[in-house]
Design a binder for this molecule. Structure first.
Ligand code: FAD
Length: 652
């Protein structure tokens, strides 16, 4: 018989275009029913959806964005910053680092909306401007943020996994068990299979990993001098002989930042960085190609439905424990108000889909908690204030949010880095650097890297394992603000200082309305928990970056520091500058996994939303603590784990 299903969140949504009619399981039919529905095709949802289909289940993968994966701006690794502001895929979020506006607005990146609708970045906006916050790019497209991210492909630290095993008591999260999932997904292209160095790596997976071609550094004397300066600041002996060949350069760095050694997480040094880039083409690699190849394989039942904004989960509430049985959605492109084209976007339709087995939310750290709350799962007081019928009082939804702290130390010279000579960044039809990237099979040139050829990992005085990354890139980067990617000149070198394992977990995602097209309110409450410790660690990273610049000897130098600049010298001034300026771009942990008896833990160790059935979350929001230095590798790994767990549950 047809279970009566309450429309839950839709009932609350008077301003939304979602229909308020009661959806019943009777409306499920052969064409709108699948074994699993996955919402979001990013690193969390994409691999999972494909794996479930490969295991023989029928899967509907929904994403609000469309597919732009073969656009040059997305494929070319060096264009990653342009990709993050690429209008067809971008979701422009503006977030709060601090709830006190006087503190928040000290950040030179603080952005306003002018009366004419355009942006103003920095202090003294024209009168009538409204405060927006700090720009936070997200990608809404097939592949999610894996289509615009900076391509750094790092495996997390062992403690990240062991911590989850400890707090949940589920030993399948132990680091010794987790590496197999990385091996399953990786297609390593910088090590030789069968060698000692290859242990713990995969060679048959869907994510291609490679390193920046060190030959590029040899082509640019300035870049070479910076590497020498960085190596000597890390205590290495640098000789002219080492600086003359690729193999010489490689001995100055640890080749494999993802090595499987037990000492990896505590080994300071200068490293090469693994990138999610295909070696032969030097193009972006992500889960997108596996999703497409699985969807086009007639042996598998994976349906990918794009330009579909899910508004809520549908529950069957006929039994004591509410059961997720489907989702309701709006169709149309750019519907979400974070999309630059949303003002003129109109919905072309709406509908619902049903899941025989489960609904899995993978909409990302901001959107998964929004979807849960719109569906009636969240803190009771917040839902009730918005008149959303409560399906489950889950106080942890949209809390515990975390991010890194990042700043850059940047120095400039009057002329462009020689490695960019001739490059027009596709602004002309005859861009020689594009032609090289496209046609030269052995040397794809500067477009074939994200620009980060090397970086130092070390442990600050606040941490027993590596917690600071200082990575150099030949571009003027000092955080995210609208237009940041085109403002980046090519005669500046930036050392990105990134704090891993940051302590703050005071971030929140709260609904701003019941309209599924509206963005939620994001507040990181930066430095609220153990802020002094994290500021100290970042400060030590800044000191190292400055030492690297100081050790860089070049004929047309020295670099003139532009960020934070010569006036910021005392420890107190540097620390205050860090608090004002630091940003992050690995938002996570807003729907955390935790102990069964922890009321703030939304998920159990099998990704299941506690207190309802048929509903899981698999994306950046599930981590109880922010993993390691870069997060996509960890999300890919949990996506593979979730697939294994869900398939095992289905077969039991
Ligand atoms: C500029 C930038 C650079 C980065 N660089 C790196 C890097 O170099 N290395 C690294 O490891 N990490 C990097 N990251 C972070 C990393 O890419 C993300 O953390 C990761 O992609 C998050 O994966 P996810 O699956 O949680 O969500 P996402 O990748 O955000 O995917 C979520 C998907 O869900 C869809 N969606 C959301 N809501 C709905 C809805 N209601 N209905 C339907 N679909 C919906 C979205 O369209 C999107 O496609 C970077 C991030 C940014 C912003």
């Amino acid at each position: 018989g047809a279970a009566a299903v309450s429309p839950d969140s839709t009932a609350a949504s008077s301003s939304s275009t979602v229909s308020n009619s009661t959806v019943t399981a009777a409306q499920a039919n052969a064409s709108n029913t699948y074994d699993y529905i996955v919402v979001g095709s990013g690193p969390g949802g994409g691999p999972l959806a494909a794996r479930l289909a490969q295991a023989g289940y029928s899967v509907l993968l929904l994403d609000a964005g469309d597919d732009r994966g073969t656009d040059a701006i997305i494929e070319i690794p060096l264009f990653q910053t342009f990709a993050s502001e690429y209008t067809p895929i971008t979701w422009q979020y503006f977030v709060n680092h601090y709830s006190d506006p006087t503190v928040a607005q000290k950040d030179p990146k603080f952005t306003w909306k002018k009366p004419d609708g355009t942006f103003w970045v920095g202090p003294n906006p024209p009168s009538g401007s409204t405060p927006l916050g700090i720009y936070y790019p997200r990608a809404s497209t097939l592949g999610g943020c894996a289509e615009h991210n900076a391509l750094v492909a790092l495996y997390p630290s062992e403690d990240d996994w062991n911590n989850i095993a400890t707090i949940t008591g589920d030993s399948s999260w132990a680091a010794s068990n987790m590496r197999q999932y990385w091996q399953r997904l990786e297609n390593n292209q910088y090590l030789n299979p069968g060698t000692a160095a290859a242990v713990g790596h995969g060679f048959g997976g869907w994510l291609d990993t490679t390193l920046t071609d060190l030959g590029l550094i040899l082509q640019d004397q300035r870049w070479l001098s910076l590497l020498a300066g960085a190596a000597s600041a890390m205590g290495e002996k640098v000789t002219d002989k080492l600086l003359a060949t690729v193999s010489g350069l490689s001995t100055m760095m640890i080749t494999d930042a993802n090595n499987n050694s037990p000492s990896r997480d505590t080994t300071s040094g200068l490293y090469q960085l693994p990138l999610s880039v295909t070696n032969t083409t030097r193009a972006r690699s992500s889960q997108r190609s596996m999703i497409l190849s699985t969807a086009s394989n007639r042996n598998f039942k994976l349906k990918v439905q794009l330009s579909t904004l899910v508004s809520n989960v549908i529950f069957d509430r006929s039994s004591k424990t509410p059961r997720a049985i489907g989702v309701q959605y709006l169709q149309g492109s750019q519907l979400y108000r974070a999309a630059p084209g949303s003002a003129s976007a109109t919905s072309t339709g709406s509908g619902y889909a049903f899941a025989r087995r489960e609904v899995i939310l993978s909409a990302g750290t901001f959107n998964t908690p929004q979807l849960l709350k719109l569906s009636g799962i969240g803190p009771k007081a917040e839902l009730s204030a918005l008149k959303i019928p409560v399906v489950l009082d889950a106080p942890g939804v949209g809390t515990n949010m975390q991010d890194r702290y990042e700043v850059t130390v940047a120095g400039t010279l009057p002329t462009t880095f020689p490695i960019y000579n001739g490059c027009t960044f596709l602004q002309t039809a005859d861009d020689p650097c594009y032609a090289q990237w496209m046609n030269n099979k052995t040397n794809h040139g500067i477009y074939g890297t994200n620009g980060v050829a090397f970086g130092a990992f070390f442990n600050s005085s606040t941490s027993a394992e590596s917690d600071i990354f200082v990575g150099g890139l030949p571009a003027n980067f000092h955080g995210y603000f609208p237009g940041y990617s085109t403002a980046a000149d090519l005669h500046t070198w930036s050392y990105l200082v990134l704090k891993a394992h940051s302590h703050n977990n005071a971030g929140t995602v709260t609904l701003s309305s019941t309209d599924p097209r509206d963005m939620p309110t994001i507040n990181f409450n930066s430095f609220a928990v153990d802020g002094d410790l994290d500021v100290q660690a970042v400060y030590e990273g800044v000191q190292l970056a400055r030492a690297m610049f100081k050790g860089t000897i070049i004929p047309d130098g020295p670099f003139v520091e532009t960020n934070p600049g010569p006036s910021v010298q005392s420890e107190a001034d540097i620390k205050s500058w860090i608090r004002t300026n630091a940003w992050g771009h690995h938002a996570s942990c807003s729907v955390p996994i935790g102990a069964t008896n922890d009321p703030k833990a939304v998920l159990d160790s099998k990704f299941r939303v506690k207190g309802v059935s048929g509903l899981r979350v698999v994306d950046a929001s599930v981590f109880p603590k922010i993993p390691d230095f870069y997060i996509a590798g960890a999300i890919y790994t949990i996506s593979e784990k979730a697939a294994a767990v869900i398939i095992q549950d289905a077969r039991n």
